[in-house]
Design a binder for this molecule. Structure first.
Ligand code: BG6
Length: 256
């Protein structure tokens, strides 16, 4: 049975990888929509993959979310490099503190005695505030770290779920609906083809910076997220390593 399951996963991993033209797909057993322990397995696999990609002085840009947060408890088992720097890829959002990028990077760094850089700025800013902020030396420094990040580690969410979680305005929700947003990652909303249709104007990491990063690790599971994941992966950078669970993978394969 175990061998069968393993062979089945292997086949699904290849199918998903080829369909989306990404570098690698890994599936863990279970369904994180129903089972918290599956999320922990995602976190464990992501920690292992991350450990294998790092050099002593890597800079790792990290987004928020409960899936990325689930990596924390597993880091010490796979990583022993104190010169690493975890960068918060996003600023402060209208979300619970424990799943915000700033909290996650501090927690990651603490667990393995590495370093972290946070971005304590509101995500939503007026154009004037934004134009002023990007001139601040400390912000310029963060932007240059994003441009040179060795690894980007991010989650993927359902577009409207994320808008709700971020307490988006009615106008913003209407815009997302009008533009048929399906998936969300690092503050960008994507339609079913994977084209960005809306983004939060922020000094956090930009799509071009993610595309430029030599290694991108996307972690997301649960069958309820399958459409969102599929949408995002349609145009995901080819260097993406995608870590998911059986629940999402089965649905993705059926959509092929
Ligand atoms: C958010 C990230 O915090 O978490 C998003 O900024 C991501 O880009 C989302 O889509 C995923 O959240 P979760 O809790 O489903 O892992």
């Amino acid at each position: 049975d175990f061998i069968q399951q393993w062979v089945g996963f292997d086949e699904m991993e290849q199918q998903i990888r080829l369909k989306y033209g990404i570098s690698k797909v890994m599936i863990v057993p279970g369904e994180s929509d129903q089972d918290e322990s599956t999320k922990s397995l995602l976190g464990q696999r992501a920690a292992k993959v991350l450990g294998e990609c790092l050099t002593d002085r890597s800079y790792i840009a990290v987004t928020g979310g409960s899936t990325i947060a689930s990596i924390g408890p597993h880091l010490a088992a796979f990583i022993d490099k104190k010169q690493l720097t975890f960068l918060a890829a996003r600023g402060g959002m209208n979300e619970k503190a424990d799943v915000q990028a700033n909290t996650i990077v501090s927690n990651f760094a603490e667990r393995i005695h590495a370093k972290s850089k946070t971005l304590y700025l509101p995500e939503q800013m007026s154009d004037q505030a934004y134009d002023m902020m990007v001139k601040e030396p400390i912000i310029k420094e963060m932007i240059s770290h994003y441009e040179n990040a060795d690894v980007v580690l991010h989650g993927i969410g359902d577009a409207l779920d994320m808008a709700n979680r971020r307490q988006a305005s009615e106008t913003e929700v209407a815009l997302l609906t009008k533009n048929k947003a399906v998936g969300e990652a690092f503050g960008y909303y994507f339609n079913a083809k994977g084209e960005p249709v809306h983004r939060i104007k922020t000094v956090g990491i930009q799509l071009e910076q993610v595309e430029q990063s030599p290694i991108v690790i996307a972690v997301a599971g649960g069958s309820s997220k399958a459409s969102a994941i599929g949408a995002y992966l349609n145009k995901a950078p080819s260097q993406t390593i995608f870590i998911t669970d059986e629940g999402a993978a089965k649905k993705l394969v059926n959509q092929l």
